[in-house]
Design a protein. Structure first.
Length: 292
């Protein structure tokens, strides 16, 4: 990999409780995330994907293995408080429920909360708040109460609060799970813009396959290990393998897969499952109809 922003080596983590004993969630995981990339992390509930996110921000501490972020070994026993603080500043997190990240009664005050805690001077905070609001398309709501906004708007405000801290990487931990389709589109459009226009490295943990299909790369975690890793058009051709571990595929890939299962072919060839966008799928079906 050309320039890994995140490098994970032999990472292991287990939860322990009196009732169930040791539950190993991640097992000698190895993964590299390229700087400036947009990567979807998929997996069924309990697969370890959210645990991975918390390890990257040292909310949790691994039992063994090494995590290097932007050249810093964050698992080193010699990590200083200053380095820990810098890592948490560089790795922003947006969680599932935006209400859990909203702390003020006015939108712009909520966005200013993070930079204020970083000790940024007021003039710079004002600029960061304005820029963050513009980035997520919420400038007109600066003086509104966050709790009067829709779910999608609240999540965009939560994202703006992270942007104002100017992280190098943002982890979205199922941030669209509680939103309606309109809210999910709003947040996904914001995620793509942050990556494409600002070069922020993004890890998008999601259960929505159509969102994953819009990313540069898809990593599938199953039982604490990497099951699949590659471009969306390659990963989502493994329909049966994904279904076996409890995951879906984008509707376009599922449609083409079902047509293949029905024995329908285009000029004697199976339909390619990597046509993930609606337009690509429609063109493939048009080509099929013309060949009949």
């Amino acid at each position: 990999m050309k320039d890994p922003f995140i490098k994970i080596e032999n990472l292991t983590f287990a939860y322990t409780d009196e009732e169930n004993g040791r539950n190993e969630v991640l097992k000698n995981l190895n993964l590299e995330i390229e700087r400036g990339s947009l990567v979807a992390i998929l997996g069924h509930n309990g697969s370890g994907k959210s645990t991975l996110a918390k390890l990257l921000n040292l909310i949790l501490i691994p039992q063994s293995g090494k995590i290097t972020i932007d050249g810093l070994d964050i698992t080193s026993p010699d990590l200083t408080e200053e380095q820990l603080f810098e890592n948490r500043r560089n790795i922003g997190m947006v969680f599932q429920n935006p209400d859990n990240q909203l702390v003020a009664t006015i939108v712009e005050e909520d966005i200013a909360f993070g930079p204020e805690n970083l000790g940024i001077e007021p003039k710079e905070i004002r600029k960061r708040v304005d820029d963050a609001l513009a980035t997520v398309g919420m400038t007109e709501f600066a003086r509104h109460s966050p709790h009067q906004l829709s779910g999608g708007q609240k999540q965009r405000i939560a994202i703006a609060g992270i942007i104002a801290m100017m992280p190098k990487c943002i982890i979205f931990d199922e941030s669209t799970a509680m939103l309606d389709p309109k809210g999910r589109r709003e947040v996904m459009d914001t995620i793509i813009r942050l990556n494409r226009e600002f070069g922020i490295t993004i890890l998008h943990i999601t259960h929505y396959m159509n969102e994953a299909a819009q990313c540069d790369r898809v990593v599938v975690i199953n039982e604490g290990e990497i099951e699949l890793d590659g471009k969306p058009k390659d990963v989502f051709t493994h329909v049966e393998q994904l279904q076996k571990i409890g995951l879906d595929v984008p509707q376009t890939a599922e449609l083409l897969y079902e047509l293949n299962c029905a024995g329908i072919k285009n000029n004697g060839k199976p339909l390619p499952l990597g046509r993930l966008s609606v337009d690509e799928c429609a063109n493939e079906i048009m080509s099929l109809m013309e060949s009949l």
